[in-house]
Write a protein that binds this ligand. Structure first.
Ligand SMILES: C[S@@+](CC[C@H](N)C(=O)[O-])C[C@H]1O[C@@H](n2cnc3c(N)ncnc32)[C@H](O)[C@@H]1O
Length: 133
């Protein structure tokens, strides 16, 4: 599902070489799947829940396809957490945006230095069908 969202919603034919940030990454499986099979260059996941992040860090500690890291953080205040990182080529937020009390605040954070100038922000919530296209 992650790869369909990333490819169909972005209109890209490939994710090769992209730096991808997954906001509300949960246990990290979706992001790791992209990193394993779609040639992304660097993967960072952020989630509010320390247990999910701890699971992701344990599960993917020996991951070798590309640098992958998982950080505890709130989407709405994530900018300081990522300030030392280069802007990302793609920011994903899947099945999570609807939970944000202040979505405008989150968008501002993403647009102010988290996403690169020609990057793509993909927010996907409320799927009605397993098929995206
Ligand atoms: C339904 S899960 C989706 C996980 C993953 N994106 C996926 O599709 O498999 C929702 C996730 O959003 C996270 N979450 C909710 N509010 C958040 C926030 N403000 N900042 C970061 N993560 C948040 C929860 O901890 C949970 O892991």
């Amino acid at each position: 599902m992650y790869h369909r969202v990333a490819l169909v919603a972005s209109g890209l034919s490939s994710l090769e070489g992209l730096r991808v940030l997954d906001l509300a990454c949960g246990r990290g499986g979706g992001l790791a799947f992209l990193a394993e099979h779609f040639g992304i260059r660097q993967a960072t996941g952020v989630d509010l829940c320390p247990r999910q992040i701890s699971f992701a860090n344990d599960t993917y500690k020996d991951f070798s396809k590309c640098p992958i890291s998982f950080l505890i953080g709130d989407i709405e205040t994530t900018k300081p957490l990522l300030s030392s990182q280069e802007p990302f080529d793609m920011v994903l937020c899947i099945e999570s945006w609807h939970t944000l009390p202040f979505p405008g605040k989150a968008l501002r954070q993403i647009s102010e230095g988290i996403i690169s100038a020609n990057g793509r922000v993909i927010i996907a919530d409320g799927f009605l069908s397993e098929r995206l296209a």
